[in-house]
Design a protein. Structure first.
Length: 197
């Protein structure tokens, strides 16, 4: 028995196959790979597109802990990244499981090393609110610290907002854990992220 191919059906089938091939071949979004971890080339913060500045692996002694990526407007100079009142985001993908308590303890310890007593007192209530939002993390999960001018600092887990606290002063102090000009968590990590090296 001979089957006749109807031209309209043949063209529709061919077009569908072509579209499927193109959709599989095209990337969903532009991304950059940093130490084996992929990060978007830009993020949107309150309708503002903020480009990726740089990223780097963070190690504690010999252990690979996370890969971080910093998003900040291009016009912001490296030395102004921490203090500039602009949208910014620090995204961290963890390479090992870390408990919520460890996040709280290490963050508090670094802030105590970096800030004076008066600043810590002014941040205390907001810091308690922020710390209460931390969750246990598994390898491959992400936290993002995001500053929204006029709103505050958000903590996002795998893209889902957990908490937001107000104040430019809070953003400067908390981003300072990684970006502090004198006592950051890691000078190499900071310098790479802000574009100083």
């Amino acid at each position: 028995m001979i089957h006749r191919i109807r031209p309209a059906r043949f063209v529709a089938s061919l077009l569908a196959s072509l579209l499927l091939t193109l959709s599989l071949a095209a990337p969903a979004a532009a991304a950059t790979e940093i130490d084996g971890v992929r990060f978007a080339e830009s993020v949107t913060i309150d309708n503002t597109t903020v480009p990726l500045r740089a990223g780097r692996l963070y190690r504690y002694t010999v252990f690979r802990v996370y890969v971080g990526a910093l998003y900040v407007p291009e016009e912001v100079a490296p030395e102004d990244v921490l203090t500039a009142d602009v949208p910014k985001r620090l995204e961290l993908e963890y390479l090992r499981a870390i408990s919520a308590d460890d996040f709280r303890r290490s963050g508090n310890r670094l802030l105590e090393d970096q800030q004076d007593a008066e600043t810590l007192a002014a941040l205390a209530d907001r810091l308690d609110t922020f710390n209460a939002a931390y969750r246990d993390m598994e390898a491959g999960e992400r936290y993002a610290l995001e500053y929204r001018p006029g709103h505050g600092t958000r903590l996002l887990q795998n893209g889902t907002p957990l908490v937001e606290v107000p104040g430019r002063d809070f953003a400067e102090a908390y981003f300072g854990i990684w970006l502090h000009p004198e006592e950051p968590l890691s000078r190499r990590f900071r310098d790479t992220l802000i574009g100083a090296r």
